[in-house]
Design a protein around this ligand. Structure first.
Ligand SMILES: [Zn+2]
Length: 117
């Protein structure tokens, strides 16, 4: 499967009476962005499924685990990571119920288990 970056960086041989290069690149960038957005929506749906399973399984709290976020705007991922354990119904400080916070976000959530014994 092509990655969004591979799509955006794709080059074509220039030929006489070929396509307009700028138009092709603009289209490829649009396709790459749409693919990134679709993947982010898919990831969020998966995380919502995990959250639902945790509710059914009696998990009381969760916390955010910071992913590799070299360019996270406004450090939203970092603030979520520092929020500590939250109940399953509390949104993270960014306002998101589940990751991803933005395109490229690699954060995750983990259940917080009560110590036993
Ligand atoms: Zn993140």
């Amino acid at each position: 499967m092509l990655s969004p970056d591979e799509i955006a960086a794709r080059e074509f041989v220039v030929s006489l009476r070929g396509y307009d290069r700028d138009e092709v690149h603009a289209f490829l960038n649009r396709v790459a962005e749409d693919l990134r957005a679709a993947r982010a929506r898919r990831d969020a749906q998966l995380q919502l499924g995990v959250l639902s399973a945790w509710r059914c399984g009696g998990v009381a709290a969760r916390r955010r685990v910071l992913g590799r976020e070299p360019r996270c705007p406004q450090a939203r991922c970092r603030h979520n990571d520092h929020s500590g354990a939250l109940t399953l119904s509390e949104p993270f400080p960014s306002g998101h119920e589940v990751p991803p916070v933005r395109l490229g976000c690699t954060c995750a959530t983990v259940p917080v288990m009560e110590p036993t014994g």
